[in-house]
Design a protein around this ligand. Structure first.
Ligand code: PHE
Length: 341
């Protein structure tokens, strides 16, 4: 008999909470069931007259009912109080619709991302496809396949972060020359932008991680003259004006002949500054005609195919474009710097 009572109490209280429209209504429900003289209090005081077993049982059930009603009321409260506040605000307060709104800070792209995208766009207009490759490489792709055998002194050209299990952080984007040649047949022209790592001391023009943009063009009779024309075209589109460049003979195990491309330092206009080490020229990329051994390692017959490859420093492009005199600024996370882009 009491059990049924408790069940109806539970049902009724639940329904009344549902129907409550104002805080006042919830208060009423609380008093009616959970108050000092409320329905549950009555049940608790009637326990006295019961035998031990019944008392324990009913007591438990009554406690459960109390918890249930408390929970219902607690869940409903925020809905009602929120509604009341907004209703009363509307009545009492007036809004001045002419007050300027709060300005929200908008995020934006990192300068290196802007430069990378711009470079990709220009290369795409001259027929290059954009591909990507892994930052963690193995020695085969980073060195051996690029004609840099184990124990060859040329490995010292790249100070490398070695990982466990024969892996390493790629020291350049050149491994992607091999990765692409393995899966694709010439003729083709691609660029591979990406992050690379060097175990080096940092200074105004060196960082331990930075970005490169690899280029590879293979065809029947692609020559160094084609390379020069394409790079000149790229640079003048990128900077929006004629850019002075010079090709210096150089050495890379994976190109023959090899050269380095310098551009007139745009930070100082060629007068000499800390970015160009007071020379007026800045090394922007390494390049050359792809070595026959590299073509072979990529599964391409060097008797039929030839071409050029290059690796542009994206950070250096950005430094020239925005006239920034320290590469470390890109990685400093300093908002005073980043907000200028
Ligand atoms: N991978 C070379 C470097 O990181 C650059 C390069 C790329 C040179 C392609 C020649 C051809 O220094």
């Amino acid at each position: 008999m009491e059990k049924i009572d408790l069940r109806t109490i539970k049902e009724q209280a639940g329904k009344e909470v549902e129907e409550a429209k104002e805080l006042k209504d919830l208060d009423k429900v609380f008093k009616k069931y959970l108050g000092k003289k409320g329905k549950l209090a009555q049940i608790f005081s009637s326990l006295r007259n019961l035998g031990e077993k019944e008392r324990a049982e009913l007591g438990k059930e009554a406690n459960r009912t109390r918890k249930f009603i408390e929970k219902k009321i607690k869940e409903k409260t925020p809905f009602i109080s929120g509604a009341e506040i907004s209703v009363s605000k509307g009545k009492k307060e007036r809004f001045d619709v002419t007050v300027p709104g709060k300005k929200r800070l908008l995020g934006h792209l990192h300068p290196l991302t802007l430069i990378k995208r711009k470079a990709e766009e220009i290369f795409q207009t001259i027929g290059f496809s954009v591909v990507e490759g892994p930052e963690v490489e193995n020695e085969w792709y980073n060195f051996d396949a690029l004609n840099i055998p184990k124990n060859h002194p040329a490995r010292d050209m790249w100070d490398t972060f070695y990982l466990k299990g024969g892996l390493l952080l790629r020291t350049h984007t050149s491994p992607n020359q091999i990765r692409y040649m393995e899966k694709n047949n010439p003729p083709f022209r691609i660029i591979v932008p990406g992050r690379i790592f060097r175990h080096e001391a940092t200074d105004a023009s060196h960082e331990i991680n930075f970005y490169q943009l690899e280029g590879l063009m293979i065809g029947k009779d692609i020559s160094a003259a084609n390379f020069k024309a394409i790079i000149k075209e790229f640079l003048s589109k990128f900077f929006g004006k004629e850019i002075k460049i010079r090709l210096r003979p150089s050495y890379f195990p994976f190109t023959e002949p090899s050269f380095e491309v310098d551009i007139n330092c745009l930070v100082c206009g060629g007068k000499g500054c800390k970015v160009c080490s007071k020379t007026g020229w800045l090394e922007l990329m390494g390049a050359g005609m792809v070595h026959p051994s590299v073509l072979r390692a990529g599964g391409i017959n060097p008797n039929y195919w030839q071409g050029f490859a290059f690796g542009i420093g994206i950070d250096r492009l950005a430094m020239m474009k925005y006239k920034i005199n320290d590469i470390r600024l890109f990685y400093s996370g300093d908002l005073r710097f980043l907000e200028q882009f």
